[in-house]
Each structure stands twice: as C-alpha cells, then as structure tokens.
Design a protein around this ligand. Structure first.
Ligand code: GLU
Length: 314
C-alpha cells in the first residue's frame, strides 16, 4: 500500500515496523525500540512489520539477522507479513534514484573523505558537504561506480512534530549539506532505502530510537521529492551505558538471553516509563504481553531527556 496523500490515518490502518541492521545480536537498546514500536502498533490494533536493513555488507555480522529474528520470536514479538530484506529490493531504490535523476536533483561526487573533511565545517552528522561537485554533470551510464551520488538539498527548513519531543526543525542545506544516496561502491544509503521501504510497505508510524531523530528531516525531504506520504514519527529515549555511550555492538552491549526474557521485557517497558505490576514478574511471556498491550501509555514515556542510562552491559 503506497499512501500518497497526507490524509489522517485511521487507527485500524496503523502499520508500524522494526528495522534492525544485522550488525550483531539483539541487545537491550534494540529491544527497547522493538518493544516500543510493537506495543504502539498493537495498542492501536495495527500491524507490526520487521525489515532487515542489510545493505551495508561490510558491517553485517554473519548469522545476526537470523539471530535477531529468533530472539524476537522467543520474546513473543510476533511480526505480521513476511520479513523484508533490503538486499532483495535494490531495484526499488534504483527506481527512486532514477526519479530524482529525472528531476535533476542528483549529481556525482568525486570527493574523497579527506577532501571533504579538509574543506568543510563539522555539523550534527559529520562534515557538512560544501557542494564542491554540485556543478558536475551525471555520466550517461549510471551503472558505472566510482563516484557517489548526492541529492541537492534546499535551504527551507524541514519541520515535523515528533510525538514525544514536539516540534523539530532542521535546515538541511546549512546543517547537513547535500547528502549521499548511493555510495561510490554502489551501495544505496540508509536514508534512501528507509524512505523507499517505509513508503512501499505502507508504514504509517515510525517508532525508533532518538539517535535517529537527526535523520528524520532528510527522510521527510526525500518523501516530499518522491511524492510519498510522511509517516507519524515517535523517537524513543535511548539506552546508554554507565559512561553515557549508546548501547551498541561497538560499546559491547550484551546480547539478550532467552532465559532472562521476561525480566528483559519488564525492564524494557519500565525504561519506557510504563508501570508493570509486581505480579507480572511471577507470570510468563504471554501474561506479560496481555498486560503490556492493554496498558501501553505513550504519555508516560520519558521525553525531556535524550538518554537514560542503565547497567545493561555484559
Ligand atoms: N537500521 C537502523 C538501526 O538498526 C534503524 C533504522 C530505522 O528504524 O529507521 O539503527
């Protein structure tokens, strides 16, 4: 289902998703995003889809995608429809890119990382590309790699209302710069793929970690260029370790263990500000979900701080 008009979304049409990158096993940080997106979808009688974001083969850990899916299943996080793998959808990303090429919004960039670093100011998301190659014409054969493809940004602010954080505004030209949609090695970037997939999967609600809020204006910008609807966005607080780093494979976050499933689920909803009753600890996964789906309260999720730390390390 491709929603083209920005019409109000009826609750029964709610389609949410969880989109992990298979860079390692599910840890407490990704569990919070999975549980938050799942509960919001189920509370609203919606569907919850799972998409494996496996475009960057260099960062992929072999077996991680299956491992994540097995863990979700064991925790009772049941997805609707078939799991989607981005590596099987390259044609859709190319079609979207072709659409933008037709609109004359794409140019090839030959700058090396070092050249960009030397000639730009660092912004919220790395160096702000100064537009060095913006006058370059596209070569006739698009399949030739060796150059990145960038989209021309505009200087109007992109503004959206996050469910938890309220108004968020970004000037893409000044704060991000023209950004890459296809890398020099031919890999389509996260920003392009996520926008195409959210649209083609008919996603109406994106619930994910607040570390991605800076990416949302880029995604809304691409949705506008491609004529897609903009989903509703909710960015959850992110879990940090005791030295303030986001839990990730790099910061050695420990994998969720099946034998601690119930405890981890209870901790995940507590982290999201929900107040499960004590007796839930004596129950099982089924009784946990029964309670959690009925008692999900978005207004209880902490939203004034970006991160809340906890002791979730191995
Ligand atoms: N694949 C991204 C991650 O694992 C999440 C993307 C998204 O939810 O938009 O961090």
């Amino acid at each position: 289902m491709l929603l083209k008009d920005n019409v109000p979304i009826a609750q029964s049409m709610y389609r949410g998703r969880f989109a992990p990158s298979p860079t390692g096993p599910l840890h407490f940080g990704s569990l919070v995003a999975a549980v938050g997106s799942y509960l919001d979808a189920k509370f609203n009688d919606g569907k919850w889809l799972v998409r494996i974001e496996d475009l960057d083969r260099q960062r992929e850990v072999s077996g991680a995608a299956d491992d994540i899916l097995r863990t979700l299943e064991a925790l009772g996080l049941e997805w609707d429809d078939e799991v989607v793998y981005q590596t099987q959808r390259l044609r859709f990303y190319q079609q979207a890119l072709d659409d933008l090429i037709k609109q004359k919004l794409i140019y090839p960039c030959h700058c090396s990382r070092k050249e960009i670093a030397d000639s730009s100011v660092v912004g919220i998301n790395g160096p702000i590309y100064p537009g060095t190659c913006s006058q370059n014409a596209l070569p006739l054969t698009q399949t030739i790699h060796g150059h990145a493809l960038r989209v021309r940004t505009q200087s109007d602010c992109i503004v959206f209302a996050d469910v938890l954080r309220g108004k968020y505004s970004q000037n893409l030209k000044q704060e991000i710069g023209d950004f890459v949609l296809r890398r020099a090695d031919g890999i389509y970037t996260y920003q392009l793929a996520v926008v195409v997939d959210d649209a083609l999967q008919g996603i109406t609600h994106v619930v994910r970690g607040a570390d991605l809020i800076d990416s949302t204006p880029r995604q809304i910008f691409l949705q506008q260029l491609l004529g897609y609807a903009t989903p509703c966005y909710m960015h959850l607080p992110i879990v940090t370790n005791n030295v303030g780093e986001k839990l990730s494979k790099q910061t050695r976050a420990s994998a969720i263990q099946f034998q601690n499933a119930l405890t981890n689920l209870i901790q995940a909803i507590q982290f999201l500000g929900q107040n499960p009753p004590e007796e839930l600890k004596q129950g099982n996964i089924a009784s946990f979900w029964q309670w959690a789906k009925k008692n999900w309260r978005v207004e209880k999720i902490p939203h004034n701080c970006n991160t809340i730390s906890g002791d979730y390390m191995s």
